[in-house]
Design a protein around this ligand. Structure first.
Ligand SMILES: [Zn+2]
Length: 263
């Protein structure tokens, strides 16, 4: 299995157990992305139940397998612990701008099959602390759980950090592998683009990721605290045009930072 540079896997704890039918197996406690951790019992019993006749056991086994697959896909997004609980449902909207931002993000999810086919991007732009990351992560979670899409959340600074680390002699991943991972997921969220200053290397690297995904018609969501003129200067007019093509919307988060709120 290839190790992801940005995704995660659930932690597990196993202990030896014995099934009356199948003998020894590892009983596994799996960390839940959200909610309660779960125990996975004898895997062969579950397999048999899934492929057996309709029964309560079968329903339970199918649900257990579905949970395990979806839980792993949610961890694979790399969404940081702080943002795991974010959802479209728990985004607070006392202001009209917040309602509009939520509606736009919800529509993006509802129309994801169409957006995905068109490679339609989304720009969430505005001040720190206005909920851009909350909504961005909510979209990722929703497309993973509703559509079975693959998604990845990566702060722009982490992309640059991983690329720089790849130049080391003992690097775990090559630059090429990092680009391949970022270019390979159905939906990529690059968080806080422009927050880290911006050397030529940084700008070019981020531009290259946006450009590669554009050519492969894969959607990208960007959050940035830069005003649009500065964003254009940061990633280049062409990259910005690409993010806006095919109905790619820019949502302005132009209210003050929510006190004690999410990013
Ligand atoms: Zn068994």
């Amino acid at each position: 299995m290839r190790i992801s540079n940005f995704g995660a896997v659930p932690r597990t704890k196993t202990r030896a157990d014995r099934c009356p039918v199948h003998g020894e197996f590892d009983r596994t406690l799996v960390e839940a992305f959200e909610g309660d951790n779960r125990v996975i019992g004898c895997p062969r019993c579950r397999f048999d139940a899934i492929h057996g006749q309709d029964s309560a056991e079968r329903t339970e086994a199918v649900e257990s397998k579905r949970w395990e697959t979806q839980n792993a896909a949610l961890f694979a997004t790399g969404i940081a612990l702080r943002f795991r609980g974010c959802s479209l449902e728990n985004y607070r909207t006392p202001l009209d701008g917040q309602k509009l931002a939520l509606d736009t993000c919800r529509a993006y999810v509802d129309q994801f099959e169409e957006s995905f086919a068109a490679g339609r991007c989304l720009l969430l732009m505005g001040n720190f602390g206005t909920g851009k990351t909350h909504l961005g992560c909510s979209i990722l979670k929703a497309v993973v759980t509703r559509y079975g899409a693959t998604a990845l959340y990566v702060p722009a600074a982490d992309i640059i950090g991983a690329l720089k680390a790849s130049f080391g002699r003992d690097a775990a991943s090559s630059e090429r592998e990092i680009f391949a991972e970022l270019a390979g997921v159905d939906l990529l969220l690059i968080d806080e683009l422009g927050a880290q200053g911006g050397t030529e290397f940084e700008r070019q690297s981020l531009h290259q990721i946006i450009d590669t995904r554009y050519r492969n018609m894969l959607p990208t969501i960007i959050t940035s605290n830069l005003p649009s003129t500065e964003l254009a200067a940061y990633i280049g007019d062409r990259a910005l045009d690409r993010l806006r093509e095919n109905g790619g919307q820019a949502v302005a988060f132009d209210w003050d930072s929510a006190r004690g709120g999410d990013q």
